[in-house]
Structure formats: C-alpha cells, structure tokens
Design a protein around this ligand. Sequence first.
Ligand SMILES: NC(=O)c1ccc[n+]([C@@H]2O[C@H](COP(=O)([O-])OP(=O)(O)OC[C@H]3O[C@@H](n4cnc5c(N)ncnc54)[C@H](O)[C@@H]3O)[C@@H](O)[C@H]2O)c1
Length: 349
Amino acid sequence: MKTSTKSSIFTGTNSLNDLKQFISSGKYSDVAILVDENTYKHCYPLLGMPATQKVIKVMSGEENKTVDSCLEVWNKLSEMSFDRKSLLIVLGGGLICDMGGFIAATYLRGIDFIFVPTTLLAMCDSSLGGKTSVNFKGFKNQIGVFKNPAAIFIYVDFLKTLNEKQFLSGYAEIIKHALIADKKMFEELNKYKDIKEQIEGLISRSHKIKSKIVYFDFKEQGMRKCLNFGHTIGHGLETFFLKNKSKETLYHGEAVAVGMIAAAWISFKRNLLGKDELDMISSYILRMFPKLIISRRDIHLIIEYCKKDKKNEYNQKMFVLLTGVGQCSINNAVTDEEIVHSLEYYQSL
Ligand SMILES: NC(=O)c1ccc[n+]([C@@H]2O[C@H](COP(=O)([O-])OP(=O)(O)OC[C@H]3O[C@@H](n4cnc5c(N)ncnc54)[C@H](O)[C@@H]3O)[C@@H](O)[C@H]2O)c1
C-alpha cells in the first residue's frame, strides 16, 4: 500500500541546472532560500543566483534548532508577504532541512519547499522521508510534522567544503542502512579503502533502502522504525552533550555510531546476532569513528535522556535490534540494565 507521495530527486552534475529550471517553472509566486552562515558562505555561491534573490539566514548549531528560530523565519516570510503559492528552498545540512521543512510545512498551513542538501547526512538520509522538526526544551526533534519536500537536488560537490568530522557523521547513516537492510553492502563498506571515491554510489544505495521503507510506512507505524537503529542511545547521547556545555560538540552520526554498537551488543546478548557479527560491526565502526569516553555517572544521565525519546511506547524504551547483518527487528523493549551493560561493553572496546 502506498502511503506517501514521493519527492522528485535530481542528482548528478546537472542537478543545480535542474534546480534553476524548477524555480523558473512559473509555478511559484515568490522564492526564498534558507541558509545558515556556513552554507551561505560555501554553498550559496555555487547556485549562481541573481543578486535580487531573497535569502533568509539562520544560525547553525543544535542549540538554534528551536521554535524561536522558526519564529524569526515565519516573521520574515510574513514581512515579505509570502503567500501560499510561494516556495522555500532549504540549502543546508540535516538540521536546517529539518527546521526549514517544519517552517514551510506550517507557514500558512503549508507552502512548498525543496531541499538542496549540503552535508553527507542530509544527502544520504535526512532529506528523504518527510520528517521535519525542531528541538524543544533541549530535547531532540520534539516538535514537528511529516511532510515531503516537492523535490530534492543532490550535488555532491558541496561535500568538498565539509570537514572530516561532519562527513563521517553522515557516513554513520550509510552504515546504518547497510546494517539493517543490505549485508552485501556492509561487506563492501568494510573493503573500501577510500569511501569518498564511492560516495555518489553509496548515497544512491542508501536512498534505495530508505525510499523503499518510507514509501510503505510514511508515518512510522511499523517497519519505518527500523531506520531508528542506533538512534535511541544516539539521541540520549546527543541530548547529554547538548545539555553539557563543557562537552565538545557531538555530531548526530557520532552519537548514532555508539548507539549502533550498543544495540548490536544487546542483539548479541539476546542471541539474535552472532559473536563474529558483533565483532565485525564493532571493529568496523571503531575503525571509522573515534572512541567516545563515557563515564559511569554519564551513563545514568544518558539513560534519563533516552526516556524522552519519541520512539518510546508505554514508558518502555523501544529498540531496533539486529537479527543478523542486513536484517533487523523492531519494537524490542530494552531495560535500563541492558543499556548500562551495552555502554560498558562499548567502553571496554
Ligand atoms: N529528518 C530526518 O530524517 C533526520 C535524520 C537524521 C538526522 N536528522 C537531523 O539532522 C541534523 C544533523 O544534520 P547534519 O549532520 O547534516 O548537521 P548540520 O546540518 O548541523 O550541519 C553540520 C555543520 O556543517 C555546516 N555545513 C553544512 N553544509 C556544509 C558544507 N557543504 N560545507 C561546509 N559546512 C557545511 C553547517 O553549517 C553546520 O555547521 C540533526 O539535527 C538531526 O536531528 C534528521
């Protein structure tokens, strides 16, 4: 059963020309481009827009993914008299796509928006699937709606200005797609010497996996939950770092990488995953991502933050577990004790 409307996806070297054609189709009464300070500096010039183009700037950073930032943009759209036939182009990473999508989906009960993702995470994952959101009271993605962009334009040259940590953050979602749905892909990832050489193909394979899942379960009633593999502990960790100003910035994918190892360990302990598979997953992720130091005291706080996760049901923490490499099971209630032990396992590696 089809439950979502797919967005048109334009990829390849011509995608920015496709974007220009899309805007000039005459369909829209007005067009604004939402950027943050970095995408304005590094990506906006590549679009070759006229000097008269309306641009709205927001600040980057999870602490700015808030309703307050949305208010500023809604105000600007209103001041510029944007009507229901206007278009918002979101030029940025997963954060600004999530927030820009939410702004457009709610302004005048919804105007069209398109995504021009500029990070690997946004290209391979977050621009697809129609989840829009902002953080609320310091908790991740608590306010939002499901709505697909009218189109997505993927231009991989934007990745040239992304720093290594941000690039890797996106790569975590590619690993996730392979682990939940494509064993052969995971084995291939293990063999690649330079993932950057393979990136266009990997983005496209990630799309195929995510699109197939989201197409049948847009509102995450069932199988779409598998895309949350690694994300319950991941979001707990992200919230912990967000609330601890003394800690360095932890990127989404870095947190998910830890969450995937922890969830794989719980899968192993429940006899769903073999020891050799657990070892292969842990060693690959640790080869790609620097090890995070998590103290015993921190683990208990992280569990508290996991309790706020949207995926929890009836006060139980619901995990996606692996039933092998390339396959998974959803709706597994996991105890606090299992989470503690899984993070201790991570620390022991
Ligand atoms: N909607 C979904 O399905 C979904 C899925 C996964 C993650 N997310 C969300 O995505 C967000 C993380 O996204 P992200 O990892 O893309 O981070 P991000 O959007 O915060 O971008 C990371 C940093 O890179 C900068 N940047 C972006 N593009 C650049 C470029 N081409 N060159 C130089 N700098 C650039 C940004 O300004 C920012 O400082 C989180 O808020 C997370 O909750 C959403």
